[in-house]
Write a protein that binds this ligand. Structure first.
Ligand code: ADP
Ligand code: MG
Length: 232
């Protein structure tokens, strides 16, 4: 009886993920299909047609992102640890996110100490979690004037801290308490998987996260990670 209970619970979790994934993916598919039909009708000027194609491509990119978020959440965290130089990783993620920030009218900046800072973990997971935090920060600033996101790295004796600060919409205490719960999202087309994955990945690296936020003034996430030994 006990075994069956567990199996049912697992089956339910799988159903939940499948249903939610189907829902997330169906919306962009419907949009793209609609635009393809419009384009096929041939009744629109070149300029309009190009816009339809652009929106369709954006929707396909979004679907891809949704799928990769779902995959990352269902994968166990890699036990494989590697020495990673943090400041270089952050630079490359910031570069990656610049176009998204520009598109959203948000200034993105970063500041790191000169010296090399080593941590240990999976480079792919570190990159994904930094993308998740920065993406959320940019999205929080979308509708504010002078939206700004800044990433600062602090060097401590045994740890490094990465601060991701935005002056966006912020969160209420109630929203803060739900942060990191699977599927928790306040966005029209959010998955609510980004932070769930990121918190898991940080835990897998023996790190921790803290957050300060208030409505309309912005949010500060502080990720703390242990430094790797100097001698690998
Ligand atoms: P998603 O981005 O798909 O909604 P996440 O797990 O990345 O899912 O984030 C969950 C929720 O946490 C968001 O929908 C938002 O309400 C809140 N959130 C996360 N980061 C911020 C931030 N920097 N500012 C305001 N709200 C945030
Ligand atoms: Mg997100």
């Amino acid at each position: 009886l006990y075994l069956r209970y567990i199996q049912n619970e697992k089956a339910e979790a799988v159903n939940h993920v499948a249903a939610s994934l189907a829902h997330e993916v169906r919306n962009p598919l419907t949009t793209v299909l609609g635009f393809l039909q419009l384009i096929k009708s041939g009744t629109f000027p070149q300029e309009k047609t190009e816009r339809f194609l652009e929106i369709s491509m954006e929707e396909i990119r979004r679907t891809e992102q949704i799928l990769s978020e779902y995959l990352s959440i269902s994968k166990p965290h890699l036990p494989f640890q590697q020495r990673i130089e943090l400041t270089a990783q952050i630079k490359s993620v910031v570069e990656l996110m610049i176009s998204y920030a520009n598109m959203s009218n948000v200034a993105l900046s970063s500041d790191s100490p000169q010296s090399d800072l080593y941590i240990s973990g999976s480079p792919a997971e570190l990159k994904q979690l930094l993308v998740n935090f920065i993406k959320n920060a940019i999205e929080a600033c979308k509708d504010v004037d002078n939206g700004m996101v800044s990433i600062t790295v602090y060097e401590e004796t045994d740890q490094v801290a990465v601060e991701i600060k935005d002056n966006g919409i912020g969160m209420t205490p109630e929203q803060l308490s739900r942060l990191g719960s699977i599927y928790y999202s306040t966005k029209m087309s959010g998955t609510g998987l980004g932070l769930t994955f990121s918190y898991q990945a940080i835990r897998a690296m023996n790190g921790s996260v803290s957050v300060r936020s208030s409505p309309r003034s912005g949010t500060v996430f502080l990720i703390t990670l242990p430094r790797a030994n100097l001698n690998p």
